[in-house]
Design a protein around this ligand. Structure first.
Ligand SMILES: Nc1ncnc2c1ncn2[C@@H]1O[C@H](COP(=O)(O)OP(=O)(O)OP(=O)(O)O)[C@@H](O)[C@H]1O
Length: 150
């Protein structure tokens, strides 16, 4: 049964792979694959990013640090992680599922000629609020983009 968290308190997501049902792949990269999934105990759709430490000489310390940062961040414009855990040589990062897709995906499918200037200004303002928060917290993003090409 789903456990309700009190206001301002974060729910503790399970850290066993048996508690997640993986569905289709929604993102595929050099060292990571992202699935739409269901967190079974909460009956909630999530995204699970699975990073293979053994691929591409992945920097274990850097990846773990990034996952930890994603769990701790707390800003409406920055996607945080519910939890992360290691299974064999994979790191699982459980995140909220963003059903709308990336900004690039929306632009390509709905605005093939590009966004209008006022939309660009609005999007960038919100992105900057997120970046400002990260900088205030002592983080540097280093990879801001509208989405993955290809
Ligand atoms: N939480 C999510 N909800 C919905 N789709 C997602 C989510 N996370 C990732 N995706 C999809 O999977 C793709 C790849 O995700 P991934 O996190 O590997 O991208 P990334 O920003 O390139 O990461 P990195 O640069 O850290 O490798 C995204 O472009 C997006 O389409």
């Amino acid at each position: 049964m789903a456990t309700k968290a009190k206001a301002g308190e974060r729910r503790k997501y399970p850290i066993r792979k048996e508690d997640y049902e993986l569905f289709e792949v929604i993102g595929d990269g050099a060292s990571a694959v992202v699935h739409r999934a269901r967190c079974i105990p909460f009956d909630e759709i999530v995204a699970v990013k699975i990073l293979d430490f053994e691929k591409n000489n992945a920097d274990l310390a850097k990846i773990s640090r990034e996952a930890q940062t994603m769990v701790l961040i707390d800003h409406p414009n920055v996607l945080n992680a519910h939890c992360s855990f290691v299974i064999d040589h994979d790191l699982w990062v459980v995140m909220p599922y963003m059903a709308g897709g990336s900004c690039l995906h929306i632009m390509k499918s709905v605005y093939p000629k590009g966004f209008e200037e006022n939309v660009i200004a609005t999007v960038l303002k919100e992105v900057l609020k997120g970046l400002e928060y990260l900088h205030r917290e002592g983080h540097i993003h280093r990879d801001v983009k509208a989405g993955n090409i290809g």
